[in-house]
Design a protein around this ligand. Structure first.
Ligand code: HEM
Length: 307
């Protein structure tokens, strides 16, 4: 059975996270890219830094024939209610997601990799994030409550099963959401709770979900969305963390894994109301400045592809 990249299933994330997105430039040499990425893997392993490597559709197909089915690039998703809200697509070719308690070590390793890739790949964007309290989003709400049980079900939700193309791998949705925290903080508590569909103090699920609640978009059930009497379907597992930039921009770095890509796309489309649902009210307060889909191949596929 192929082995998933261990950091995907490791809920014990280091407090410092670093996301680096890159794409090839003219004259890029694939052999050099492979050897730099191999060195990055080794450097991270030597320092016990959690590393997830994700590849966009174009780079993945140049590295391996072990391609999962239905792997699409991230296209911008636009709301249709005149609000102008959208989930921006900014697909790149390679993602390093590193996390560790030691920010200095992450910085050095990613710096060395970037320097070695300089004539071959351009860094499109990078974000450093942190863990806020007991898994809080900056809105003050607990993020992660509805995740599958880490021991029992995370693997089943996140990892392409044996025997399928891409087995042992995982689809990633990586987006940088920008919060309007000032507007959010003016919203009365009861309305904030209606936006997420959970209480702020302890993340208790509201019995009655407003049509605009976040859960009404993303809690997929075998019957109607957010109908708690029916079993969940097409679950995903999330590892999002907050960030704060020097210019005052703040928000959530949304990071989610799934064994297929469709459930990631379905939730985004629901949040933006493009298939007839009510737009998620969360998008009145936060929208992504960037968004890419990647695939994180199994260890065996990585070893073969980067040889
Ligand atoms: C600004 C961006 C976002 C924020 C602040 C946010 C925050 C939250 C919060 C507070 C919850 C309730 C507690 C929990 O279960 O974690 C939640 C649930 C959830 N969110 Fe989000 N979220 C964001 C974006 C997204 C996106 C883009 C997706 C998927 C594409 C998503 C998928 C989910 C799922 C699957 C759940 C759990 C639903 C269930 O219980 O079955 N979220 N989110």
């Amino acid at each position: 059975m192929p082995t998933p990249q261990p950091a995907i299933l490791n809920r014990n994330m280091g407090e410092h996270q670093w996301y680096v997105h890159l794409s090839r430039i003219d004259g890029a040499n694939l052999a050099t890219i492979k050897s730099v990425v191999q060195k990055l893997r080794k450097d991270c392993a030597d320092k016990s830094i959690n590393l997830v490597l994700g590849f966009g559709p174009t780079l993945l197909k140049d590295l391996t024939q072990d391609i999962p089915t239905d792997f699409q690039p991230f296209e911008t998703i636009k709301s249709i209610d005149g609000s102008g809200r959208e989930a921006k697509g900014t697909q790149e070719e390679l993602l390093f997601w590193m996390n560790s308690p030691h920010k200095d070590q992450i910085w050095k390793i990613q710096w060395d990799a970037r320097q070695a890739l300089k004539a071959h790949m351009k860094v499109a964007r990078e974000t450093m994030t942190f863990i806020y309290g007991a898994s809080l989003d900056m809105t003050g709400f607990i993020d992660g409550t509805g995740n599958p049980d880490p021991k029992e079900r995370d693997r089943e939700v996140a990892i392409v099963p044996d025997g399928q193309p891409g087995a042992g791998g995982s689809f990633i949705n990586a987006q940088r959401w920008v919060h309007d925290l000032e507007a959010w903080e003016k919203l009365p508590l009861a309305e904030q709770e209606g936006v997420f569909g959970r209480t702020k103090a302890d993340s208790t699920r509201l019995d009655k979900q407003p049509a605009h609640s976040h859960l009404s978009s993303v809690e997929l059930r075998q019957g109607a969305t957010a109908d708690a009497s029916k079993p969940k379907r097409d679950e995903i597992t999330r590892r999002s963390t907050p960030y704060a930039f020097h210019d005052g921009t703040v928000g959530l770095y949304f990071m989610a894994f799934c064994k297929s890509q469709a459930p990631l796309r379905e939730r985004l489309r629901a949040m933006y109301g493009v298939d007839g649902s009510v737009r998620d009210k969360l998008t009145d307060f936060s929208n992504p400045a960037s968004g890419s889909f990647y695939f994180a191949p199994s260890i065996e596929t990585l070893d073969a592809a980067l040889k």
